[in-house]
Design a protein around this ligand. Structure first.
Ligand code: GUN
Length: 297
């Protein structure tokens, strides 16, 4: 069993981007600038946004966090996004999800101009991804393919099972894994809450991408030997083995499945850091204005 180490790869990506940032500044450009909008006080969202801001600082990017209380009106949020869309000092805009229930998530994420949509959620970017055109790839799926690429994992002709069909992970990663690219060319099955006999699918899969949001869902008796496990889930569960009384776990029961896997992403430290790596790459592309003239890796 080998660990797919997202933390290590994030550090490598950060070093590369820090050098690119220095080059930009030497040519009298300002540093790339990411603006994050954070609504309410969801502790997980606070943690994710802090991690994104810290990574920006580490590599010389500018970053701004705009905070709103959870009662903010949808119209006020849209009008702030429209201001940022036309603000030439901002390269990338993200709105941290989830949003309070009175706010329409699609309306908000689609208000971000596709040329600053460094999360890759906008229909123009998703549509261009489906057609194999230059785009901002959605951050988490982009992170997963970067991790598979770094570890030179052969995905061609493999049976890849994606569990979960969210717009931001399950659906886009199923498309990326099936496209005609080095990381791709897999035969993809997308399973979801209405899928029947899922154990037959998990037992048959060479690669399992878990994005269903259910702690410790995948167990060793559901998989075959040497499967590759990519775990997108992250959950805080009670534990009597840690000082805090909690621990972070994924959608796979790591201790149970690791013996049967050839490669596995840990939680934390697997896919999570890769989402940040993708966000930094997309923000750099935006600052360099190259994205719609270059194909993604
Ligand atoms: N919430 C969970 N994942 C993400 C992500 O990749 N981007 C944003 N903006 N919010 C999220």
């Amino acid at each position: 069993m080998k660990i797919l180490d997202g933390r290590l790869l994030l550090e490598k990506v950060k070093k590369e981007i820090a050098l690119e940032t220095l080059k930009l500044i030497k040519k009298n450009n300002r540093p790339p600038h990411l603006t994050a909008i954070l609504i309410g006080n969801n502790p997980a969202s606070e943690t994710y946004v802090s991690a994104k801001v810290k990574s920006c600082k580490d590599i010389g990017f500018d970053s701004t966090v705009i905070r709103y209380p959870k009662e903010i009106k949808q119209g006020e949020l849209v009008s702030k996004i429209l201001d940022l869309n036309s603000d030439a000092s901002v390269d990338g805009i993200i709105v941290q999800l989830p949003l309070p229930s009175h706010i329409d998530e699609s309306l908000i994420t689609h208000s971000i101009c596709h040329t600053k949509d460094v999360d890759g959620f906008h229909p123009i970017n998703i549509g261009r991804m489906v057609l194999g055109l230059p785009c901002y790839l959605p951050a988490t799926p982009f992170g997963i393919i970067s991790l598979l690429s770094e570890y030179k994992i052969n995905t061609e002709g493999k049976k890849c099972l994606v569990i979960g069909r969210s717009n931001i992970v399950g659906t886009p990663i199923s498309i990326l894994m099936s496209r005609n690219k080095t990381i791709g060319n897999a035969t993809v099955t997308l399973a979801h809450s209405k899928t029947k006999n899922i154990n037959l699918l998990t037992k048959d899969a060479d690669i399992i991408i878990l994005a269903l949001g259910f702690p410790h869902y995948l167990k060793s008796n559901m998989i075959k030997k040497n499967v590759i496990i990519i775990d997108v889930g992250i959950h805080r569960i009670k534990s009597n083995k840690t000082k805090s009384g909690y621990k972070l776990v994924g959608d796979a029961d790591f201790e149970d499945v690791k013996g049967n896997s050839s490669y596995i992403t840990p939680v934390p430290g697997g896919v999570g850091p890769m989402t940040i790596a993708s966000l930094l790459k997309n923000t750099l592309y935006s600052a360099k204005k190259v994205i719609y003239s270059h194909l993604n890796e």
